[in-house]
Each structure stands twice: as structure tokens, then as C-alpha cells.
Write a protein that binds this ligand. Structure first.
Ligand code: PEP
Length: 236
């Protein structure tokens, strides 16, 4: 299974270091062999990975090696930290930062060409969910436009926008139905994200076609995230 933590704009360099040390020790002591991905803010990327199955990724980057793109980081800066995992298409980048599908597809093409493991996020807003599963699938599949769905280092995260950071997770039935339809289209591992917490981790990880979770808010506390990793181990 894949258990991923998205810090968003939380944690400092110092707190990320402490987090990674606690997480690394936990994973080692518990003998957890599931894949653990951590996406800290770009200021906290460091060579502090303590275990082979723990990988640190970047939440966003600009699809260039280097250049004049004020405020962005490119491949040269990421490479310095040995980072080979990236999150692309997160709903906060699509809806708050205004990234278009075209920009997202360019980013995907660039970082896949560079051999990155890519956690690619798709998910519908509330008004689309209310229209039913056909509308949901139409919306989600449109978010694959320009994306090489056969890329071998692709992981897809289904993250309904209305469930992210709201405390309101999608129901198990909604997750199962959507993942089941997604797996007809893409053969990459499928994660669910959207208000996953320790209390619902077990039931979500048990859903058919669900191969892991992408966790925002509940991952910021290292003990909660460790508990989620332990639950994944029990189910693996
Ligand atoms: C996310 O940011 O990817 C996410 C799923 O957030 P949260 O767990 O807070 O809903």
C-alpha cells in the first residue's frame, strides 16, 4: 500500500526534520514495508530519509531545469535534494492557484520525461458530485487530458474537492464506485484522499481498488500518520 502525507503550507524545516526522524524510527521498529511518501513544503526538503520505503516528494515545481520564473523551483533545485517524486494536479493548485489542464499536462510531461514518480490528483467539485456518477466520471476523466496514463511511475489519487480539508470524507460506496470506474481507464495504483483520518483509515484502505491514501490535515501530526501506516501494515 501507499500512505502519503501532504503537508501543504505547514511545518518548518526543523519540524519536518523531527517528523521524519520519528516516522523513520516508527517504520523501522514496526517493520512497515508499505510505501510511505511525504510531501513537505519546498523549504524543508532535505536528505533526511531514514528508510528505503520512505520517500520525500515535492508538492509542486515548474517544468524547467532552471530559468527566469520568479518564485518557482525547477529540476536543478530539486535534484540537489535527491527528490524523484512529485505531486501534480492537486485540487488546491487547480482551483486556488488557477493551474489549467494544459499547464498540468506540461508539468506531467516534463517530470515524467525526467523519470519522476508522479502522484497525479483528480477529483470533482460538490456540484458535479450532486449530478451523479456519470457527471463525476466525465469530470474526472477530463482531468487526464494530455496525461500519459501508461507512464510506469504513475500513481493516481482520487480526491473529491468537496472532501479535501472539510472533515467530510466521501462515503465508502462513493469511493468504491469511483475507483472501480477509474481502474477501467487507468491501470496505475489508485489512492483515495479527502478527510482521511486515523478513525476511517482502516475502512478506506479495505475498499476494493484502493491501494493507499493521500492525507493532508491528519498527516501533519506525526503520531496520527504513524498510526495510519501501522493500519496499512495490518491490511497488507
Ligand atoms: C490533500 O490535501 O491531499 C488532502 C486530502 O487533504 P485532507 O486530508 O486535509 O482532506
Amino acid at each position: 500500500m501507499i500512505i502519503a502525507a501532504n503537508f501543504k503550507t505547514n511545518h518548518t524545516r526543523a519540524s519536518t526534520k523531527a517528523y521524519m526522524q520519528t516516522l523513520g524510527a516508527f517504520v523501522e521498529n514496526e517493520g512497515i514495508s508499505d510505501d510511505i511518501l511525504v510531501f513537505p513544503p519546498a523549504t524543508a526538503l532535505e536528505h533526511i530519509i531514514t528508510d528505503d520505503n520512505i520517500r520525500m516528494g515535492i508538492q509542486n515545481a515548474y517544468p524547467v531545469e532552471k530559468g527566469s520564473f520568479t518564485g518557482e523551483v525547477g529540476l536543478e533545485q530539486i535534484a540537489e535534494f535527491g527528490i524523484k517524486t512529485i505531486l501534480i494536479g492537486h485540487s488546491e493548485r487547480r482551483h486556488i492557484l488557477g493551474e489549467s489542464q494544459e499547464e498540468i499536462a506540461k508539468k506531467f510531461a516534463y517530470f515524467s520525461e525526467a523519470g519522476f514518480e508522479i502522484v497525479y490528483c483528480v477529483g470533482e467539485p460538490k456540484e458535479v458530485r450532486e449530478e451523479g456518477i456519470e457527471a463525476v466520471m466525465q469530470y474526472n476523466l477530463a482531468q487526464f487530458e494530455g496525461i500519459d496514463i501508461h507512464y510506469d511511475k504513475l500513481i493516481v489519487a482520487y480526491e473529491p474537492v468537496w472532501a479535501i480539508g472539510t472533515g467530510l470524507s466521501a462515503s465508502n460506496e462513493q469511493i468504491e464506485e469511483t475507483l472501480s470506474k477509474l481502474q477501467e481507464y487507468v491501470s496505475a495504483p489508485l489512492l483515495y484522499g479527502g478527510s482521511v483520518k486515523v478513525a476511517n483509515t482502516k475502512e478506506i484502505l479495505a475498499i476494493k481498488h484502493c491501494e493507499g491514501i493521500l492525507v493532508g490535515t491528519a498527516s501533519w501530526d506525526v503520531n496520527s500518520f504513524c498510526e495510519m501506516a501501522a493500519i496499512a501494515k495490518q491490511l497488507s
